[in-house]
Design a protein around this ligand. Structure first.
Ligand SMILES: [Zn+2]
Ligand SMILES: [Zn+2]
Length: 357
């Protein structure tokens, strides 16, 4: 008999690939729930239940996931996994690949503490598996109530929790603390200054009043960029393009709402000049439905001398691999690796954010 594979690892891998392919959440959840339900069982019990067909009696385990487990235990790559691997997206061209390879971490990610779907631990493990050296956890700020933004108290609790999780993670990897702080209508930031000062990395984004008129939006963004606590300006136009980019393949579009939103209107040259002056990085947001900023603005930011951060804005582990989309767009615009702050080590990154404050 062939040597058994690790069925939990196979289930988690399937969930990761489904997320990366932007598949519907319910489908991903089936695999993550099964992995969680089975993680507590001994190999002996797992094998026995797979043998007598009682895996599905466990909450969270269905026919499809049970079949995957049986195949893994028999030493075969589960058919479901094999199919997913076979239909993976196309390769990046050389420049985008080199840029992706130069990235050592991700500066914009969410957990289930705000509107993400997975615990911090699960996000961190996926980042380790991708070869990252760090992951900046940037859950939302209090005013974004729809996303369960963290109050100052909850953020303080999260900092303690991250310290504990870090202690258990493999050497050479760490979660950096952070926030995606709302840029409020007057350009101020939606969290206490002393708390922002404690964080390793601060991403600031506009999530409301996206249709503000040009001069108002420009003033708002300029004030935020000049704030020494703000390190990275997130998804700066707020646009939603809703389409699935080339390279994201998957069997269906179920669960995807077609949702588009125009870019907000602001004086981009003034904002980029301010980013260059205050050394605030411009985010290249990799999310398929955002692709923000558009390429013409990436080029202008590059000309203005700005630094960039190529981030996923991941709300689930599999989305952490979406950096390749941001890298493709950056490469198309000629963004060199030395302008990208997440090509730095965690130490360099944190030294930079602390210098700026
Ligand atoms: Zn955001
Ligand atoms: Zn975000």
């Amino acid at each position: 008999m062939a040597r058994a594979r690790d069925p939990i690892a196979d289930l988690r891998r399937i969930a990761f690939l489904l997320e990366r392919a932007n598949e519907a959440t319910y489908r991903v959840r089936a695999f993550r729930s099964a992995a969680k339900a089975l993680a507590g069982l001994s190999t002996a019990e797992l094998t026995e239940r797979a043998g007598n067909g009682t895996l599905t009696e466990l909450a969270g385990v269905g026919d499809v996931t049970a079949r995957c487990v049986a195949e893994s235990l028999a030493g075969e790559e589960p058919v479901y996994l094999r199919r997913l691997v076979a239909t993976e997206g196309s390769d990046l061209d050389a420049e985008a690949t080199a840029l992706r390879a130069a990235l050592r971490g991700d500066c914009h990610t969410h957990s289930d503490w705000s509107d993400g779907g997975s615990p911090i631990e699960e996000m961190a493990l996926a980042a380790v598996e991708l070869g990252h050296e760090y992951l900046v956890l940037t859950d939302h700020s209090p005013r974004l109530t729809v996303a369960r933004g963290l109050t100052a108290d909850r953020l303080r609790r999260q900092l303690d929790h991250v310290a504990q999780v870090n202690a258990a993670l493999p050497e050479g990897f760490r979660i950096l603390t952070g926030i995606e702080v709302d840029i409020l209508a007057d350009g101020s930031l939606d969290q206490d200054d002393d708390l922002l000062a404690r964080l390793d990395v601060v991403v600031g984004s506009v999530h409301s009043g996206l249709k503000d008129e040009r001069s108002k939006m420009t003033r708002r963004m300029l004030r935020a960029v000049a704030n020494p606590h703000l390190d990275i300006l997130g998804h700066l136009t707020g646009r939603m393009v809703s389409s699935r980019p080339a390279g994201v393949t998957g069997p269906g579009d179920r669960g995807h709402r077609a949702r588009t939103r125009a870019e907000s209107d602001f004086d981009a040259d003034a904002v980029f000049a301010a980013c260059a002056e205050h050394d605030t990085a411009v985010e290249i947001n990799s999310r398929p439905e955002r692709q923000d900023p558009p390429k013409r603005l990436i080029r202008r930011a590059l000309e203005a001398g700005c630094r960039f951060a190529i981030n996923t804005d991941a709300h689930a582990p599999g989305q952490l691999d979406w950096q390749r989309f941001g890298c493709e767009r950056a490469a198309l615009c000629g963004v060199p690796a030395e302008r990208v702050i997440n090509t730095w080590s965690a130490e360099q990154l944190v030294a930079w954010t602390h210098d700026r404050r």
